[in-house]
Design a protein around this ligand. Structure first.
Ligand SMILES: *Cc1c(COP(=O)(O)O)cnc(C)c1O
Length: 360
């Protein structure tokens, strides 16, 4: 049975992307690979209209966490200080990275799902003038909360602080204004809103923020500066996941033909409309207000008297894979993601197959 994946990546692939995996074998030292890599870097910059003279795409072989870790470990200089917004699992993961790399850092910790208050951040920065970089998760997949990057960016910009964004679960489907919001770098992945396969992730970085080659990096494999130097020449320091590249370039072509991130945003919202309407009738309540959440993933309270395992298994038997809550939310919520080759019809069927379980 081919399940419809409602988890936030890996996604349900389109047939077109799946077939791209079967293209000819390719050595990553051949000109065909250089062309493929060049095409993908250009396609990724085009999504948010970024100028290649000012912005570099660095392609990595690894999951989204590799891109986030490369961004954090490469871009905070030895004398820098990183502030990290924590309001979910992924913000907390960046703090773990800072500890591992012994990067001087502070944590701005909120309850999971809570909204960030701008005055509080501004006050924090006013009284901690040694902060040079601020790491923020755009879409906290833990809860579905879309953090207000625009306002956070404005505060950072006014203070000359570099904004480092984990856009892993928003890139390609939510608004991201790189220059106006003062974004210094954004980490993302092939297999979430871009609908590629897992294995390729990337960082889009303002070129002037990359460290100079004389500086000893904190990491060898995840050093963005050396990747950038080689990729600008058509090369790669290490073997890349060639088949994932094939799938990604096809997925990006599909996104372009569909009408870019705005159309994908609308498509996801249409899927969620069906879910919200159906769940409301079934008495399934959302975790947060809709306006606070992304269109990529929403979290819902488990229905009264139905455990996660029972809900999961019932839906899986009917062809859908949903996603559990993490940590303290594991027993109380479930999550539905809209990413991937999913149609409005699929969401209607999801609502329909939930009905009998709730009519007890
Ligand atoms: C999925 C995700 C990641 C990375 O997860 P991987 O399992 O490493 O791909 C990082 N940040 C956010 C916000 C995510 O949703």
């Amino acid at each position: 049975m081919n399940h419809i994946l409602l988890n936030p990546g890996p996604v349900t692939l389109s047939q077109r992307v799946r077939e791209a995996l079967l293209r000819p074998d390719l050595c990553h030292r051949e000109p065909e690979f250089a062309d493929l890599q060049y095409t993908i870097r250009s396609q990724l910059l085009a999504i948010y209209d970024l100028d290649p003279a000012r912005w570099a795409v660095i392609l990595l072989t690894g999951s989204g966490t590799a891109a986030v870790e490369a961004m954090i470990s490469t871009l905070v200089p030895p004398q820098g200080r990183l502030l990290i917004l924590e309001n979910g699992v992924y913000g907390e993961r960046i703090s773990k990275m800072a500890r591992v790399y012994r990067i001087a850092h502070d944590r701005f910790t909120l309850p999971w799902g809570a909204a960030i208050e701008l005055e509080a951040v501004d006050h924090y920065l006013e009284t901690h003038t040694d902060v040079t970089h601020f790491a923020v998760i755009h879409h906290e997949t833990t809860t579905g909360r879309l953090n207000d990057l625009e306002s956070i960016g404005r505060v950072c910009k006014s203070r000359g602080i570099v904004l480092l964004v984990d856009g892993v679960s928003s890139f390609g489907a939510e608004r991201l204004e790189f220059e106006p919001w003062g974004i210094g770098a954004c980490a993302a992945t092939a297999n979430k809103c871009l609908h590629g396969v897992p294995g390729t992730s990337f960082v889009i970085v303002r070129r002037d923020l990359l460290p100079l080659s004389q500086q000893t990096p904190r990491t060898l494999y995840l050093d963005l500066a050396s990747y950038c130097r080689e990729q600008d020449q058509g090369g790669t320091p290490f073997t890349q996941s060639v088949q994932c590249f094939y799938a990604l370039t096809e997925a990006l072509a599909e996104l372009g033909e569909e009408g870019g991130w705005r159309r994908r945003h609308e498509r996801y919202r249409a899927l969620l409309d069906v879910v919200w309407e159906g769940f409301e009738d079934l008495g399934v309540a959302p975790l947060l207000q809709r306006a606070a959440m992304s269109v990529v993933l929403n979290a819902f309270h488990l229905p009264q008297g139905v455990g996660y395992a029972a809900l999961h298994d019932h839906l899986k038997n009917n062809g859908f894979v949903i996603y559990a809550g993490q940590g303290g939310l594991a027993q109380s919520i479930f999550r539905i993601s809209t990413m991937g080759a999913i149609a409005v019809e699929d969401m209607r069927r999801l609502v329909a197959v939930m009905q009998p379980l709730l009519r007890v």
